[in-house]
Design a protein around this ligand. Structure first.
Ligand code: SAJ
Length: 420
C-alpha cells in the first residue's frame, strides 16, 4: 500500500483517485475548488456518472480516501488537471499543470514518483516538469521519478474504460516506468504498454488526432456526397465492410475537451502538420455547413424560428464543452433566426434550454445536432401540430425517417441531402 496525492478532482482525477483508494492505497484527493472539496468531504460526488457515487461510498467506508485543498507528503503524486487550449497561440496552455507541479515541490521527497495524467505536448516531462520539480533541489531520475500516463477513458463510460482499457506508461527512465506500472496494475485490467515519457505524450495526441482527421474525412465525404446526391451513410457503411477501412461518422463538427484541441498540441512545435491543421479547419467549419443546409431549407420564410435538438457535444451525456452547437446557434442568430433549444440531458447552459413542446412551438425547422438516444425513436406525434413548418435537418443520421415521413416532414440529413 502506498500513499498517493491526486491533484485535480475532475472527470479523470477523481475516478482515478477512487479506483486507487478501492484497490489498497491511501489516497488524498486535492482540488483548488473549495466546492469540490466540500462536496467530497460531505461524501457526495460533485458531478455524476454511472458508478461514481458507489465508488466514493466504498472508498470512504474503507477510510482510504479524503479530499483536501492542500498537497501533503506522499509516496506518489498524480497530476490530473485540465490542459486548456490557448486559441490565440494555438498551443497547449500548461498553467494548471505548472501550478499543480509547483504545489508538489515543497512536499517532494527522495524516492517519490510524480505521474502526469493530464494531456501534454511532447517533451513536457523531459523539460518543463523536470525544471519545476527540481526547484525542490532534488534531481530527477536520481532522487525522484516522473512518468506520463495519459488518461484514455471516454466520457460516459469512464469507469469501465479506466479499468479495462490498455494503458500507456512512459517513464522518464526505467525505474519511473516500473514504479508507475506497479501502481496502475493495482486497478487496471487491460495491458500496460511501457515506453518513454515523450513517446507516451506523443501517443496520446496521436490517438485523438487520428480520430479528428478521420472525422474530418467523413465530413468531407458527406459534402461530396451531397454534391452527387448520394447517401454518404450508406456509402460509409458499405466501405467499412472492407477489412482495412474504418471511416467514422460525419456530423455538425467535433466538440469536447480533447479531440477538438489535442491536435493543436502536436502542431505547435511541428514543421509539417498541414494534414492535421486542415482536418481541424474542416471539422470547425461544419456548423457553417449545417447553417447552409438550414438556409436552403428555409428559403423564402420570413423571420424563421429553428429548434435545436441537442447541445451536448455528443449523445447521452450532459457535457457541453466546446460543443459545435454553440457555434451553430451563434451563426443562426447572426443570420436573424430565432433559436429555441431542447436537450434531454443538459439542464443549464449559456442559452436557455426549453421543454420539448415549448421548444418546437411555432418552429419552422428542427435541427438535430446531438445523437441522444431519445431522438432515435422520437415521433413528431409527440408534440402534435405545434410546429409552424414541417422541416427537420438531421446532422447525425439518427431519426427514424419513416416516422417523420408519415407526419409529412421534409427531411434532410447531412451527407444525404436529396434522397431518403
Ligand atoms: N464525433 C463525430 N463522428 C464520429 C465520432 C465522434 O462527429 O464518428 C464527434 C462527437 O460527436 C464529439 C467529438 O467527435 O463531438 C468527440 O467525441 P468522441 O466520442 O470521439 O471523443 P471524446 O472527446 O468524448 O473522447 C476522446 C476519446 N479518444 C479516442 O477515442 C481516441 C477518449 O478515449 C479520450 O480519453 C478522450 O478523448 C480524452 O480525454 O482525450
Amino acid at each position: 500500500m502506498s500513499k498517493i496525492c491526486v491533484l485535480g478532482q475532475g472527470y479523470i482525477g477523481l475516478p482515478t483517485a477512487l479506483l486507487l483508494a478501492n484497490n489498497g492505497h491511501e489516497v488524498v484527493g486535492i482540488d483548488v475548488n473549495k466546492r469540490v472539496v466540500d462536496s467530497l468531504k460531505a461524501g457526495k460526488m460533485p458531478f455524476e456518472e454511472k458508478g461514481f457515487q458507489e465508488l466514493l461510498d466504498g472508498a470512504i467506508a474503507k477510510k482510504a480516501f479524503r479530499a483536501e485543498s492542500l498537497v501533503e507528503e506522499a509516496d506518489a503524486f498524480m497530476v490530473a488537471v485540465p490542459t486548456p487550449f490557448d486559441p490565440e497561440l494555438r498551443m497547449a496552455d500548461l498553467k494548471y499543470v505548472v501550478s499543480a507541479c509547483e504545489m508538489i515541490v515543497p512536499h517532494l521527497r527522495r524516492g517519490n514518483l510524480v505521474i502526469i495524467e493530464s494531456t501534454i505536448p511532447p517533451n513536457t516531462c523531459e523539460k518543463k516538469i523536470k525544471q519545476i520539480l527540481e526547484k525542490s533541489t532534488l534531481k530527477m531520475c536520481e532522487d525522484f521519478y516522473v512518468s506520463h500516463c495519459p488518461e484514455r477513458a471516454i466520457p460516459g463510460n469512464t469507469l469501465h474504460e479506466m479499468v479495462y482499457n490498455d494503458r500507456v506508461i512512459g517513464g522518464i527512465n526505467e525505474e519511473s516506468t516500473r514504479l508507475t506500472a506497479d501502481l496502475y496494475s493495482s486497478f487496471v485490467k487491460g495491458d500496460l504498454h511501457l515506453t518513454t515519457s515523450t513517446t507516451a505524450e506523443m501517443i496520446k495526441l496521436m490517438e485523438n488526432t487520428f480520430r479528428d482527421v478521420n472525422i474530418a474525412l467523413a465530413n468531407e465525404f458527406a459534402q461530396i456526397a451531397d454534391d452527387y446526391g448520394i447517401d454518404v451513410w450508406k456509402a460509409i457503411e458499405i466501405a467499412n465492410k472492407h477489412p482495412r477501412v474504418n471511416i467514422l461518422k460525419p456530423g455538425p463538427g467535433v466538440g469536447g475537451h480533447c479531440i477538438a484541441i489535442d491536435p493543436w498540441f502536436l502542431t505547435e512545435n511541428a514543421n509539417n502538420s498541414s494534414l492535421i491543421m486542415m482536418s481541424r479547419q474542416i471539422n470547425d467549419s461544419m456548423p457553417q455547413y449545417v447553417l447552409k443546409m438550414v438556409k436552403e431549407m428555409l428559403a423564402g420564410i420570413e423571420n424563421p424560428t429553428v429548434t435545436v435538438f441537442g447541445v451536448a457535444y455528443k449523445g447521452d451525456i450532459a457535457d457541453t464543452r466546446a460543443t459545435p452547437a454553440k457555434k451553430f446557434i451563434k451563426l443562426a442568430e447572426k443570420e436573424g433566426y430565432r433559436v429555441k433549444i431542447y436537450d434531454p440531458f443538459v439542464k443549464e447552459w449559456c442559452y436557455s434550454i426549453l421543454g420539448l413542446e415549448e421548444a418546437v412551438e411555432g418552429s419552422d425547422c428542427i435541427v438535430v445536432l446531438t445523437d441522444h438516444s431519445e431522438f432515435r425513436e422520437m415521433s413528431p406525434e409527440k408534440f402534435g401540430g405545434k410546429m409552424k413548418k414541417l422541416n427537420i435537418i438531421d446532422t447525425r443520421n439518427i431519426i427514424n425517417i419513416a416516422l417523420w415521413k408519415e407526419s409529412r416532414y421534409i427531411i434532410k440529413t447531412i451527407g444525404n441531402c436529396f434522397g431518403q
